[in-house]
Design a protein around this ligand. Structure first.
Ligand code: HEM
Length: 503
Protein backbone atom coordinates (compact mmCIF):
# COMPACT_ATOMS: atom_id res chain seq x y z
CA UNK A 1 0.00 0.00 0.00
CA UNK A 2 2.88 2.32 0.83
CA UNK A 3 4.36 1.47 -2.52
CA UNK A 4 1.13 2.39 -4.30
CA UNK A 5 0.81 5.58 -2.30
CA UNK A 6 4.34 6.54 -3.15
CA UNK A 7 3.89 5.73 -6.82
CA UNK A 8 0.65 7.76 -6.86
CA UNK A 9 2.39 10.70 -5.26
CA UNK A 10 5.26 10.39 -7.67
CA UNK A 11 2.85 10.28 -10.59
CA UNK A 12 1.22 13.56 -9.55
CA UNK A 13 4.58 15.23 -9.00
CA UNK A 14 5.79 13.90 -12.30
CA UNK A 15 2.79 15.40 -14.13
CA UNK A 16 3.50 18.80 -12.52
CA UNK A 17 7.09 18.43 -13.53
CA UNK A 18 6.10 17.62 -17.12
CA UNK A 19 3.82 20.65 -17.26
CA UNK A 20 6.41 23.02 -15.92
CA UNK A 21 9.52 21.95 -17.68
CA UNK A 22 10.65 21.04 -21.11
CA UNK A 23 10.72 17.34 -21.75
CA UNK A 24 14.01 17.45 -23.54
CA UNK A 25 16.53 15.12 -21.91
CA UNK A 26 18.84 17.83 -20.76
CA UNK A 27 22.08 16.91 -19.17
CA UNK A 28 21.97 17.88 -15.54
CA UNK A 29 25.13 18.53 -13.66
CA UNK A 30 24.94 20.72 -10.59
CA UNK A 31 28.37 21.07 -9.06
CA UNK A 32 29.78 19.42 -12.15
CA UNK A 33 28.25 16.04 -11.46
CA UNK A 34 28.65 13.57 -14.32
CA UNK A 35 25.87 13.95 -16.90
CA UNK A 36 22.68 11.94 -16.73
CA UNK A 37 18.96 11.94 -17.42
CA UNK A 38 16.89 14.59 -15.67
CA UNK A 39 15.56 13.16 -12.41
CA UNK A 40 11.87 13.44 -11.58
CA UNK A 41 10.91 14.86 -8.22
CA UNK A 42 10.94 12.36 -5.34
CA UNK A 43 11.45 9.20 -7.38
CA UNK A 44 14.39 10.51 -9.39
CA UNK A 45 15.19 8.10 -12.25
CA UNK A 46 13.77 4.91 -10.73
CA UNK A 47 11.11 4.39 -13.38
CA UNK A 48 13.78 4.34 -16.08
CA UNK A 49 15.35 1.21 -14.58
CA UNK A 50 12.53 -1.17 -15.55
CA UNK A 51 12.92 -4.82 -14.59
CA UNK A 52 16.34 -5.13 -16.23
CA UNK A 53 18.32 -2.23 -14.74
CA UNK A 54 21.65 -3.49 -16.14
CA UNK A 55 20.27 -3.23 -19.69
CA UNK A 56 18.46 0.05 -19.07
CA UNK A 57 21.63 1.64 -17.68
CA UNK A 58 23.72 0.22 -20.54
CA UNK A 59 21.30 1.92 -22.98
CA UNK A 60 21.41 5.20 -21.05
CA UNK A 61 25.20 5.20 -21.09
CA UNK A 62 25.02 5.35 -24.90
CA UNK A 63 23.45 8.79 -24.50
CA UNK A 64 25.23 10.11 -21.42
CA UNK A 65 28.59 8.39 -21.61
CA UNK A 66 30.68 5.98 -19.53
CA UNK A 67 30.24 7.95 -16.31
CA UNK A 68 26.69 9.07 -15.53
CA UNK A 69 24.85 10.32 -12.52
CA UNK A 70 21.28 9.49 -11.61
CA UNK A 71 18.99 9.85 -8.65
CA UNK A 72 17.55 6.56 -7.51
CA UNK A 73 14.92 7.83 -5.10
CA UNK A 74 16.96 9.94 -2.72
CA UNK A 75 20.26 8.19 -3.50
CA UNK A 76 22.78 9.91 -5.77
CA UNK A 77 24.12 7.15 -7.96
CA UNK A 78 27.12 7.14 -10.27
CA UNK A 79 27.12 4.52 -13.02
CA UNK A 80 30.37 3.49 -14.68
CA UNK A 81 30.21 1.67 -18.02
CA UNK A 82 33.67 1.57 -19.58
CA UNK A 83 36.96 -0.18 -18.74
CA UNK A 84 38.76 3.17 -18.79
CA UNK A 85 36.50 4.78 -16.17
CA UNK A 86 36.34 1.52 -14.17
CA UNK A 87 40.13 1.63 -13.94
CA UNK A 88 40.04 5.23 -12.79
CA UNK A 89 37.45 4.26 -10.13
CA UNK A 90 38.75 0.93 -8.85
CA UNK A 91 42.47 1.52 -9.32
CA UNK A 92 43.24 5.22 -9.07
CA UNK A 93 40.44 6.05 -6.60
CA UNK A 94 40.14 2.61 -5.04
CA UNK A 95 40.43 3.84 -1.45
CA UNK A 96 37.93 6.68 -1.86
CA UNK A 97 35.36 4.34 -3.49
CA UNK A 98 35.89 1.39 -1.20
CA UNK A 99 32.88 1.80 1.10
CA UNK A 100 29.51 0.10 0.59
CA UNK A 101 25.99 1.39 0.18
CA UNK A 102 24.19 -0.73 2.75
CA UNK A 103 21.19 -2.50 1.24
CA UNK A 104 18.22 -2.86 3.55
CA UNK A 105 18.53 -6.68 3.60
CA UNK A 106 22.07 -6.37 4.98
CA UNK A 107 20.70 -4.68 8.12
CA UNK A 108 18.89 -7.82 9.22
CA UNK A 109 20.32 -8.94 12.59
CA UNK A 110 22.77 -6.01 12.30
CA UNK A 111 24.69 -8.10 9.78
CA UNK A 112 26.19 -4.98 8.15
CA UNK A 113 27.99 -4.07 11.37
CA UNK A 114 30.16 -7.21 11.36
CA UNK A 115 30.07 -8.50 7.78
CA UNK A 116 33.05 -8.66 5.43
CA UNK A 117 30.77 -7.81 2.50
CA UNK A 118 29.25 -4.69 4.10
CA UNK A 119 31.83 -3.23 6.48
CA UNK A 120 33.74 -0.23 5.17
CA UNK A 121 37.46 -0.75 4.62
CA UNK A 122 38.60 -0.75 8.25
CA UNK A 123 40.55 -2.87 10.76
CA UNK A 124 37.65 -5.34 11.37
CA UNK A 125 37.16 -5.74 7.60
CA UNK A 126 40.89 -6.36 7.11
CA UNK A 127 40.91 -8.97 9.87
CA UNK A 128 38.06 -10.86 8.25
CA UNK A 129 39.64 -10.73 4.77
CA UNK A 130 42.94 -11.90 6.21
CA UNK A 131 41.34 -14.74 8.18
CA UNK A 132 39.56 -15.96 5.02
CA UNK A 133 42.53 -15.52 2.75
CA UNK A 134 44.90 -17.43 5.00
CA UNK A 135 42.51 -20.11 6.29
CA UNK A 136 40.65 -20.84 3.06
CA UNK A 137 41.87 -19.35 -0.19
CA UNK A 138 45.67 -19.81 -0.38
CA UNK A 139 46.83 -22.34 -3.00
CA UNK A 140 47.95 -24.66 -0.16
CA UNK A 141 44.62 -24.51 1.64
CA UNK A 142 42.74 -25.04 -1.61
CA UNK A 143 44.95 -28.01 -2.48
CA UNK A 144 44.22 -29.44 0.96
CA UNK A 145 40.44 -29.28 0.34
CA UNK A 146 40.42 -30.48 -3.27
CA UNK A 147 39.68 -34.13 -2.42
CA UNK A 148 36.54 -32.91 -0.71
CA UNK A 149 35.42 -31.04 -3.85
CA UNK A 150 36.18 -34.06 -6.02
CA UNK A 151 33.94 -36.13 -3.74
CA UNK A 152 31.10 -33.60 -3.93
CA UNK A 153 31.33 -33.41 -7.72
CA UNK A 154 31.29 -37.21 -7.87
CA UNK A 155 27.99 -37.10 -5.94
CA UNK A 156 26.65 -34.66 -8.52
CA UNK A 157 27.64 -37.06 -11.30
CA UNK A 158 25.92 -39.92 -9.44
CA UNK A 159 22.77 -37.82 -9.14
CA UNK A 160 22.84 -36.88 -12.83
CA UNK A 161 23.52 -40.49 -13.71
CA UNK A 162 20.20 -41.49 -12.14
CA UNK A 163 18.45 -39.34 -14.75
CA UNK A 164 20.26 -41.07 -17.60
CA UNK A 165 18.31 -44.31 -17.23
CA UNK A 166 14.92 -42.60 -17.09
CA UNK A 167 15.74 -40.05 -19.78
CA UNK A 168 14.49 -37.29 -17.48
CA UNK A 169 15.86 -33.75 -17.55
CA UNK A 170 18.14 -32.24 -14.90
CA UNK A 171 17.72 -28.70 -13.57
CA UNK A 172 21.41 -27.88 -13.94
CA UNK A 173 21.39 -24.71 -11.81
CA UNK A 174 19.64 -26.38 -8.86
CA UNK A 175 21.78 -29.53 -9.02
CA UNK A 176 25.04 -27.58 -9.17
CA UNK A 177 23.86 -25.24 -6.39
CA UNK A 178 23.49 -28.32 -4.16
CA UNK A 179 27.03 -29.42 -5.07
CA UNK A 180 28.47 -25.99 -4.31
CA UNK A 181 26.51 -25.63 -1.04
CA UNK A 182 27.85 -28.99 0.10
CA UNK A 183 31.41 -28.25 -1.03
CA UNK A 184 31.32 -25.10 1.08
CA UNK A 185 29.49 -26.67 4.06
CA UNK A 186 32.06 -29.48 4.10
CA UNK A 187 34.93 -27.00 3.94
CA UNK A 188 33.42 -25.25 6.98
CA UNK A 189 31.94 -28.04 9.07
CA UNK A 190 32.72 -31.39 7.39
CA UNK A 191 29.02 -32.07 6.84
CA UNK A 192 26.49 -31.89 3.99
CA UNK A 193 23.80 -29.30 4.58
CA UNK A 194 22.11 -29.44 1.17
CA UNK A 195 20.37 -32.32 -0.60
CA UNK A 196 19.59 -33.21 -4.19
CA UNK A 197 16.18 -34.61 -3.25
CA UNK A 198 13.91 -33.91 -0.30
CA UNK A 199 11.20 -35.50 1.67
CA UNK A 200 8.79 -33.04 3.24
CA UNK A 201 10.13 -33.64 6.74
CA UNK A 202 13.76 -32.88 6.06
CA UNK A 203 15.09 -29.44 6.77
CA UNK A 204 15.40 -27.92 3.37
CA UNK A 205 18.64 -25.94 3.54
CA UNK A 206 18.60 -25.33 -0.24
CA UNK A 207 15.18 -23.68 0.05
CA UNK A 208 16.24 -21.58 3.02
CA UNK A 209 19.19 -20.18 1.07
CA UNK A 210 17.07 -19.83 -2.05
CA UNK A 211 14.25 -17.90 -0.35
CA UNK A 212 16.67 -15.45 1.27
CA UNK A 213 18.31 -14.88 -2.13
CA UNK A 214 14.89 -14.37 -3.75
CA UNK A 215 13.74 -11.87 -1.12
CA UNK A 216 17.09 -10.08 -1.14
CA UNK A 217 16.86 -9.74 -4.93
CA UNK A 218 13.38 -8.18 -4.86
CA UNK A 219 13.58 -4.41 -5.46
CA UNK A 220 13.10 -2.86 -2.02
CA UNK A 221 11.68 0.65 -1.87
CA UNK A 222 13.63 1.26 1.35
CA UNK A 223 16.88 1.08 -0.65
CA UNK A 224 15.70 4.15 -2.58
CA UNK A 225 14.07 5.91 0.39
CA UNK A 226 16.01 5.04 3.55
CA UNK A 227 13.56 7.19 5.56
CA UNK A 228 11.14 4.26 5.24
CA UNK A 229 13.51 1.92 7.09
CA UNK A 230 11.40 1.56 10.21
CA UNK A 231 8.25 0.90 8.15
CA UNK A 232 9.43 -2.07 6.02
CA UNK A 233 6.56 -1.39 3.56
CA UNK A 234 6.97 -4.61 1.56
CA UNK A 235 7.61 -6.83 4.60
CA UNK A 236 10.89 -8.00 3.07
CA UNK A 237 12.95 -7.38 6.18
CA UNK A 238 10.51 -9.32 8.33
CA UNK A 239 10.51 -12.37 6.06
CA UNK A 240 14.29 -12.40 5.68
CA UNK A 241 14.76 -12.07 9.44
CA UNK A 242 12.72 -15.24 9.99
CA UNK A 243 14.88 -17.21 7.55
CA UNK A 244 18.19 -15.79 8.79
CA UNK A 245 17.17 -16.81 12.33
CA UNK A 246 16.64 -20.36 11.06
CA UNK A 247 20.10 -20.31 9.45
CA UNK A 248 21.67 -18.97 12.64
CA UNK A 249 19.99 -21.77 14.61
CA UNK A 250 21.61 -24.30 12.30
CA UNK A 251 25.03 -22.62 12.66
CA UNK A 252 24.63 -22.27 16.45
CA UNK A 253 23.86 -25.98 16.78
CA UNK A 254 26.90 -26.98 14.75
CA UNK A 255 29.24 -24.55 16.54
CA UNK A 256 28.03 -25.56 20.04
CA UNK A 257 28.46 -29.24 19.25
CA UNK A 258 31.96 -28.61 17.95
CA UNK A 259 33.00 -26.58 20.99
CA UNK A 260 31.85 -29.40 23.25
CA UNK A 261 33.64 -32.02 21.16
CA UNK A 262 36.85 -29.99 21.27
CA UNK A 263 36.61 -29.67 25.05
CA UNK A 264 36.09 -33.42 25.42
CA UNK A 265 38.94 -34.28 23.09
CA UNK A 266 41.17 -31.52 24.51
CA UNK A 267 42.29 -31.09 20.91
CA UNK A 268 42.96 -27.99 18.84
CA UNK A 269 43.69 -29.85 15.66
CA UNK A 270 42.04 -28.19 12.63
CA UNK A 271 40.06 -30.66 10.60
CA UNK A 272 38.07 -27.93 8.83
CA UNK A 273 37.54 -24.18 8.62
CA UNK A 274 35.37 -24.11 11.75
CA UNK A 275 38.24 -25.55 13.83
CA UNK A 276 40.66 -23.00 12.36
CA UNK A 277 38.28 -20.13 13.12
CA UNK A 278 37.63 -21.37 16.66
CA UNK A 279 41.40 -21.50 17.17
CA UNK A 280 41.60 -17.87 16.04
CA UNK A 281 38.82 -16.92 18.48
CA UNK A 282 40.71 -18.62 21.32
CA UNK A 283 44.02 -17.01 20.37
CA UNK A 284 42.18 -13.68 20.15
CA UNK A 285 44.61 -12.64 17.42
CA UNK A 286 42.06 -11.72 14.74
CA UNK A 287 39.43 -10.04 16.91
CA UNK A 288 37.07 -12.82 15.81
CA UNK A 289 34.15 -13.78 18.05
CA UNK A 290 31.59 -16.58 17.84
CA UNK A 291 29.08 -14.03 16.57
CA UNK A 292 31.39 -12.78 13.84
CA UNK A 293 32.02 -16.39 12.75
CA UNK A 294 28.26 -16.86 12.24
CA UNK A 295 28.03 -13.70 10.15
CA UNK A 296 31.11 -14.72 8.18
CA UNK A 297 29.49 -18.07 7.38
CA UNK A 298 26.42 -16.20 6.17
CA UNK A 299 28.57 -14.02 3.88
CA UNK A 300 30.42 -16.96 2.42
CA UNK A 301 27.27 -19.03 1.82
CA UNK A 302 25.49 -16.14 0.13
CA UNK A 303 28.39 -14.64 -1.83
CA UNK A 304 29.93 -17.95 -2.88
CA UNK A 305 27.20 -20.37 -3.86
CA UNK A 306 24.62 -18.94 -6.28
CA UNK A 307 27.35 -16.95 -8.06
CA UNK A 308 29.26 -20.14 -8.75
CA UNK A 309 26.32 -22.35 -9.72
CA UNK A 310 24.86 -19.65 -11.96
CA UNK A 311 28.20 -19.44 -13.83
CA UNK A 312 28.14 -23.20 -14.45
CA UNK A 313 24.49 -23.01 -15.56
CA UNK A 314 25.14 -20.14 -18.01
CA UNK A 315 28.19 -22.00 -19.39
CA UNK A 316 26.01 -25.03 -20.08
CA UNK A 317 23.30 -22.79 -21.56
CA UNK A 318 25.77 -21.18 -23.97
CA UNK A 319 27.33 -24.54 -24.91
CA UNK A 320 23.94 -26.12 -25.63
CA UNK A 321 23.04 -23.01 -27.60
CA UNK A 322 26.28 -23.35 -29.60
CA UNK A 323 26.66 -27.14 -30.12
CA UNK A 324 29.92 -26.81 -32.10
CA UNK A 325 31.55 -25.21 -29.03
CA UNK A 326 30.18 -28.00 -26.85
CA UNK A 327 31.85 -30.59 -29.08
CA UNK A 328 35.09 -28.60 -29.01
CA UNK A 329 35.06 -28.52 -25.19
CA UNK A 330 34.32 -32.24 -24.95
CA UNK A 331 37.04 -33.08 -27.48
CA UNK A 332 39.61 -31.15 -25.45
CA UNK A 333 38.50 -32.91 -22.26
CA UNK A 334 38.56 -36.37 -23.78
CA UNK A 335 42.01 -35.76 -25.23
CA UNK A 336 43.46 -34.55 -21.93
CA UNK A 337 41.68 -36.89 -19.48
CA UNK A 338 41.72 -39.99 -21.66
CA UNK A 339 39.04 -42.60 -22.07
CA UNK A 340 37.69 -43.65 -18.71
CA UNK A 341 39.31 -41.21 -16.31
CA UNK A 342 38.05 -38.63 -13.87
CA UNK A 343 38.43 -34.90 -14.09
CA UNK A 344 40.54 -33.49 -11.26
CA UNK A 345 41.53 -29.96 -10.37
CA UNK A 346 45.15 -30.47 -11.43
CA UNK A 347 43.90 -31.14 -14.99
CA UNK A 348 42.54 -27.59 -15.34
CA UNK A 349 45.90 -26.06 -16.28
CA UNK A 350 45.92 -28.30 -19.37
CA UNK A 351 42.41 -27.28 -20.47
CA UNK A 352 42.73 -23.84 -22.12
CA UNK A 353 39.40 -24.08 -23.97
CA UNK A 354 37.56 -24.88 -20.72
CA UNK A 355 39.20 -21.84 -19.09
CA UNK A 356 38.21 -19.71 -22.07
CA UNK A 357 34.59 -20.89 -21.68
CA UNK A 358 34.50 -19.65 -18.09
CA UNK A 359 35.87 -16.22 -19.09
CA UNK A 360 33.48 -15.92 -22.02
CA UNK A 361 30.53 -16.89 -19.81
CA UNK A 362 31.49 -14.29 -17.20
CA UNK A 363 31.90 -11.67 -19.95
CA UNK A 364 28.34 -12.21 -21.19
CA UNK A 365 26.66 -13.22 -17.92
CA UNK A 366 28.43 -11.70 -14.91
CA UNK A 367 26.49 -12.97 -11.85
CA UNK A 368 26.80 -9.51 -10.23
CA UNK A 369 26.21 -7.12 -13.16
CA UNK A 370 26.91 -4.01 -11.00
CA UNK A 371 29.48 -5.71 -8.71
CA UNK A 372 28.31 -5.07 -5.11
CA UNK A 373 27.40 -1.37 -4.84
CA UNK A 374 30.36 0.74 -3.72
CA UNK A 375 30.06 4.10 -1.93
CA UNK A 376 32.38 7.09 -1.92
CA UNK A 377 34.12 7.83 1.39
CA UNK A 378 34.99 11.35 0.27
CA UNK A 379 34.27 13.68 -2.64
CA UNK A 380 36.29 12.50 -5.64
CA UNK A 381 37.25 14.14 -8.91
CA UNK A 382 36.87 11.62 -11.70
CA UNK A 383 37.17 12.18 -15.47
CA UNK A 384 36.87 15.95 -14.79
CA UNK A 385 33.58 15.51 -12.90
CA UNK A 386 32.90 15.75 -9.21
CA UNK A 387 31.54 12.64 -7.53
CA UNK A 388 30.11 13.69 -4.17
CA UNK A 389 30.79 12.05 -0.83
CA UNK A 390 28.43 9.14 0.06
CA UNK A 391 27.34 8.56 -3.55
CA UNK A 392 26.46 5.02 -4.58
CA UNK A 393 28.77 3.74 -7.33
CA UNK A 394 27.62 0.99 -9.70
CA UNK A 395 30.14 -0.51 -12.12
CA UNK A 396 28.09 -1.97 -14.98
CA UNK A 397 30.32 -4.92 -15.88
CA UNK A 398 27.45 -6.38 -17.92
CA UNK A 399 27.54 -3.32 -20.22
CA UNK A 400 31.35 -3.45 -20.40
CA UNK A 401 31.24 -7.11 -21.44
CA UNK A 402 28.98 -6.28 -24.38
CA UNK A 403 30.57 -3.05 -25.54
CA UNK A 404 31.28 -3.21 -29.28
CA UNK A 405 34.15 -0.74 -28.93
CA UNK A 406 35.88 -3.25 -26.64
CA UNK A 407 34.84 -6.65 -28.03
CA UNK A 408 34.45 -7.96 -31.57
CA UNK A 409 31.00 -9.51 -32.13
CA UNK A 410 30.18 -8.70 -28.52
CA UNK A 411 26.95 -10.69 -28.24
CA UNK A 412 28.37 -13.90 -29.78
CA UNK A 413 29.60 -16.65 -27.50
CA UNK A 414 33.19 -17.13 -28.73
CA UNK A 415 35.53 -18.64 -26.10
CA UNK A 416 38.18 -18.67 -28.87
CA UNK A 417 38.68 -14.92 -28.34
CA UNK A 418 40.50 -15.74 -25.09
CA UNK A 419 42.81 -18.41 -26.52
CA UNK A 420 45.12 -15.84 -28.09
CA UNK A 421 44.63 -13.20 -25.42
CA UNK A 422 46.25 -12.52 -22.06
CA UNK A 423 43.05 -11.02 -20.65
CA UNK A 424 42.16 -12.55 -17.31
CA UNK A 425 39.43 -12.07 -14.70
CA UNK A 426 41.78 -11.33 -11.81
CA UNK A 427 41.16 -7.59 -11.63
CA UNK A 428 44.09 -6.34 -13.71
CA UNK A 429 42.32 -6.21 -17.09
CA UNK A 430 39.51 -3.74 -16.65
CA UNK A 431 37.60 -4.88 -19.74
CA UNK A 432 36.77 -8.10 -17.84
CA UNK A 433 36.20 -7.63 -14.10
CA UNK A 434 33.30 -9.95 -13.12
CA UNK A 435 34.96 -10.39 -9.68
CA UNK A 436 35.61 -6.66 -9.27
CA UNK A 437 39.07 -5.14 -8.82
CA UNK A 438 41.10 -3.38 -6.16
CA UNK A 439 40.57 -3.70 -2.41
CA UNK A 440 37.08 -5.10 -2.68
CA UNK A 441 37.86 -7.73 -5.30
CA UNK A 442 36.10 -11.03 -4.60
CA UNK A 443 38.25 -12.93 -2.07
CA UNK A 444 36.70 -16.24 -3.21
CA UNK A 445 37.99 -15.91 -6.80
CA UNK A 446 40.53 -18.78 -6.57
CA UNK A 447 37.93 -21.13 -5.11
CA UNK A 448 35.28 -20.04 -7.64
CA UNK A 449 37.64 -20.77 -10.52
CA UNK A 450 38.40 -24.25 -9.24
CA UNK A 451 34.74 -25.06 -8.57
CA UNK A 452 33.41 -23.77 -11.88
CA UNK A 453 36.14 -25.49 -13.93
CA UNK A 454 35.92 -28.79 -12.08
CA UNK A 455 32.11 -29.01 -12.10
CA UNK A 456 31.66 -27.91 -15.69
CA UNK A 457 34.46 -30.17 -16.96
CA UNK A 458 33.04 -33.16 -15.07
CA UNK A 459 29.53 -32.65 -16.48
CA UNK A 460 30.87 -32.29 -20.02
CA UNK A 461 33.33 -35.17 -19.82
CA UNK A 462 30.99 -37.69 -18.22
CA UNK A 463 27.83 -37.03 -20.24
CA UNK A 464 26.56 -35.88 -23.57
CA UNK A 465 23.69 -33.45 -23.29
CA UNK A 466 20.53 -32.59 -25.13
CA UNK A 467 17.80 -30.08 -24.42
CA UNK A 468 14.56 -31.17 -22.74
CA UNK A 469 11.34 -31.29 -24.81
CA UNK A 470 13.38 -31.82 -28.02
CA UNK A 471 14.02 -28.08 -28.08
CA UNK A 472 16.31 -26.95 -30.89
CA UNK A 473 19.37 -24.89 -29.79
CA UNK A 474 18.30 -21.93 -31.91
CA UNK A 475 14.92 -21.86 -30.11
CA UNK A 476 16.41 -21.67 -26.63
CA UNK A 477 15.24 -18.89 -24.38
CA UNK A 478 18.31 -16.87 -23.44
CA UNK A 479 16.63 -14.13 -21.42
CA UNK A 480 17.94 -13.04 -18.04
CA UNK A 481 16.15 -12.34 -14.79
CA UNK A 482 17.60 -9.50 -12.73
CA UNK A 483 17.89 -10.10 -9.00
CA UNK A 484 20.65 -10.42 -6.45
CA UNK A 485 22.27 -12.68 -9.06
CA UNK A 486 21.70 -12.42 -12.80
CA UNK A 487 20.03 -15.77 -13.51
CA UNK A 488 18.55 -17.25 -16.64
CA UNK A 489 14.85 -16.39 -16.51
CA UNK A 490 13.80 -20.02 -17.04
CA UNK A 491 16.03 -22.69 -15.49
CA UNK A 492 18.05 -24.79 -17.92
CA UNK A 493 16.59 -28.29 -18.21
CA UNK A 494 18.96 -30.68 -19.97
CA UNK A 495 18.90 -34.43 -20.54
CA UNK A 496 22.16 -36.28 -19.81
CA UNK A 497 23.31 -39.17 -21.95
CA UNK A 498 26.00 -41.26 -20.34
CA UNK A 499 29.27 -41.56 -22.24
CA UNK A 500 31.85 -42.21 -19.48
CA UNK A 501 32.08 -44.92 -16.87
CA UNK A 502 31.49 -43.61 -13.38
CA UNK A 503 34.01 -44.81 -10.82
C1 HEM B 1 32.61 -10.04 -3.45
C2 HEM B 1 31.86 -12.04 -7.82
C3 HEM B 1 32.39 -16.47 -5.88
C4 HEM B 1 32.98 -14.48 -1.52
C5 HEM B 1 32.37 -10.22 -4.79
C6 HEM B 1 32.14 -9.15 -5.73
C7 HEM B 1 31.92 -9.70 -6.94
C8 HEM B 1 32.02 -11.13 -6.79
C9 HEM B 1 31.60 -8.97 -8.22
C10 HEM B 1 32.10 -7.65 -5.39
C11 HEM B 1 33.36 -6.96 -5.80
C12 HEM B 1 33.24 -5.46 -5.62
O1 HEM B 1 32.36 -5.01 -4.93
O2 HEM B 1 34.03 -4.72 -6.21
C13 HEM B 1 31.91 -13.41 -7.66
C14 HEM B 1 31.71 -14.36 -8.74
C15 HEM B 1 31.84 -15.61 -8.20
C16 HEM B 1 32.14 -15.44 -6.78
C17 HEM B 1 31.44 -13.99 -10.19
C18 HEM B 1 31.74 -16.97 -8.84
C19 HEM B 1 31.79 -17.20 -10.13
C20 HEM B 1 32.69 -16.31 -4.56
C21 HEM B 1 33.05 -17.38 -3.66
C22 HEM B 1 33.19 -16.83 -2.42
C23 HEM B 1 32.94 -15.40 -2.55
C24 HEM B 1 33.18 -18.86 -4.05
C25 HEM B 1 33.53 -17.47 -1.10
C26 HEM B 1 33.23 -18.71 -0.77
C27 HEM B 1 32.88 -13.11 -1.67
C28 HEM B 1 32.91 -12.16 -0.56
C29 HEM B 1 32.82 -10.88 -1.13
C30 HEM B 1 32.71 -11.07 -2.55
C31 HEM B 1 33.03 -12.52 0.93
C32 HEM B 1 32.82 -9.53 -0.39
C33 HEM B 1 34.24 -8.97 -0.34
C34 HEM B 1 34.32 -7.56 0.24
O3 HEM B 1 33.35 -6.82 0.19
O4 HEM B 1 35.38 -7.21 0.77
N1 HEM B 1 32.31 -11.42 -5.46
N2 HEM B 1 32.15 -14.09 -6.50
N3 HEM B 1 32.66 -15.12 -3.87
N4 HEM B 1 32.74 -12.42 -2.84
FE1 HEM B 1 32.58 -13.27 -4.67
Amino acid sequence: DYLLLLLGLSFVLTCIHFLNKSLAATKFGPGNLPPGPRPFPVIGNILGLGNKPHQALADLSKTYGPIMSLKLGSITTIVISSPHVAKEALHKHDQALSSRTILEVARVKDHHKVSMVWLPVSAPWRNLRKACATQMFTANKLDATQALRHKKVQELLDYVHESCGSGSAVDIGQAVLTTVLNSISNTFFSIDLARYQFDDQSLNFNNLIHSVMQEAGTPNIVDYFPVLQSVDPQGIRKRITTNIEKLFNIFDGIIDERIQAREKMMSKESKDLLDSLLNLVEENSSQLSLTSIKHLLLDLFFAGTDTTSSTVEWSMVELLHNPEKLIKAQTELRQVIGKDGLVQEFNIAKLPYLQAIMKETLRLHPPAPFLIPHKTETEVEMCSYVVPKAAQVLVNVWAMGRDSSVWKNPTSFMPERFLESEIDVKGRDFELIPFGAGRRICPGLPLAQRMVHLTLASLLYTFDWKLAHDLKPKNMDMTEKFGLILHKSEPLLAIPIKVRLLS
